[in-house]
Ligand binder design. Structure first.
Ligand SMILES: Cc1cc2nc3c(=O)[nH]c(=O)nc-3n(C[C@H](O)[C@H](O)[C@H](O)COP(=O)(O)OP(=O)(O)OC[C@H]3O[C@@H](n4cnc5c(N)ncnc54)[C@H](O)[C@@H]3O)c2cc1C
Length: 271
């Protein structure tokens, strides 16, 4: 039995520097940064190692953004990984910072070199959010990955999908890329009503938005209540849930213990 109904490919890890092409707000709570430039294509790194073309076929493929720690002196370089032979040498500096983000869209044929979109939730004052909400077109950013690429599940009769706003880029991409005959129930927690997005999805997929209306992320049971209260359809389900780690503990327990779902039908990730 496979570990998951999702076929998985592992690519050699790469690091590359991209150009910020466009910046746009999808909603007041989500900023879309479009990245491109020759760094997306196969090339040779400054240290002579080959860097493969970027691959992002999976709806939740993610990469790490290499960011500046706020305590770094202005004249200090950003600690960053360097390319080696199919692996990366990561900096051990305690002021090295990276954060994971989903590739919301990959357009390999756009422009001269292709484009990727990455959607950043507006929250807190962390280095990634600060970067996304101050960066301008023309600036450059280093990323690492994606490495693992898991495709859509095969052999499921219906999908049970849940997530908070950090999972919304993956869920939005999945909804757009699903086959038109997909059946499923999707529950998405967002901060406020005006953070709800207009997402394309198959007619057999029901999307329910769960605005927290002022409550802190990770402090409500809205996602758990919606998932455990869903109508349990006949057939083989595949469940995918991504959110803040503490939110996931009771959801994972319910899916695995109460609903007795085997490991290959459950994909749960702490974002
Ligand atoms: C595989 C993966 C894919 C991800 N994809 C995306 C994506 O596409 N878009 C996206 O926006 N995020 C995504 N995330 C989540 C993102 O990596 C984290 O939210 C990250 O910590 C943000 O970094 P930061 O530097 O802005 O804030 P941090 O320095 O990490 O945190 C600063 C403060 O921000 C607040 N904060 C941080 N994370 C959250 C949160 N999840 N919810 C509410 N408040 C928070 C807290 O107050 C925290 O103290 C993903 C995470 C993973 C593991």
């Amino acid at each position: 039995m496979p570990r998951s109904l999702r076929p998985m490919t592992i690519h050699p890890i790469t690091t590359r520097t991209l150009e910020v092409l466009r910046v746009a707000d999808v909603t007041p709570g989500m900023r879309r940064i479009t990245l491109g430039g020759p760094g997306l294509r196969a090339h040779t790194a400054a240290n002579g190692y080959p860097v493969e073309e970027i691959h992002c076929d999976g709806f939740d493929d993610h990469c790490k953004f290499i960011l500046r720690h706020p305590d770094l002196p202005a004249d200090a370089p950003t600690p960053a990984p360097t390319q080696a032979d199919g692996v990366l040498n990561w900096p051990t500096d305690e002021l090295a910072v990276n954060r994971s983000y989903t590739i919301r869209k990959w357009r390999p044929d756009a422009g001269d070199h292709g484009e990727i979109d990455v959607d950043f939730v507006r929250h807190g004052v962390g280095p990634a959010t600060r970067w996304a909400y101050t960066v301008q077109p023309g600036e450059r950013i280093q990323i690492a990955g994606p490495k693992a690429c898991a495709l859509q599940p095969e052999g499921a009769d219906w999908l049970l999908i849940g997530g908070d706003e950090t999972a919304l880029p993956a869920i939005g991409r999945w909804l757009e890329e699903m086959s038109p005959d997909t059946r499923g129930q999707v529950f998405i927690e967002v901060d406020r009503d005006d953070h709800i997005q207009d997402l394309d999805h198959p007619v057999g997929v029901e999307v329910t938005w769960l605005p927290r209306n002022g409550a802190e992320a990770g402090t409500t049971t809205a996602l758990y209540d919606a998932i455990t209260g869903c109508e349990w359809w006949d057939g083989r389900v595949f469940a995918w849930v991504a959110a803040e780690t503490l939110t996931l503990v009771p959801i994972r327990r319910w899916l695995r213990r109460e609903k007795s779902l085997p490991r290959e039908q459950v994909d749960i990730s702490g974002y």
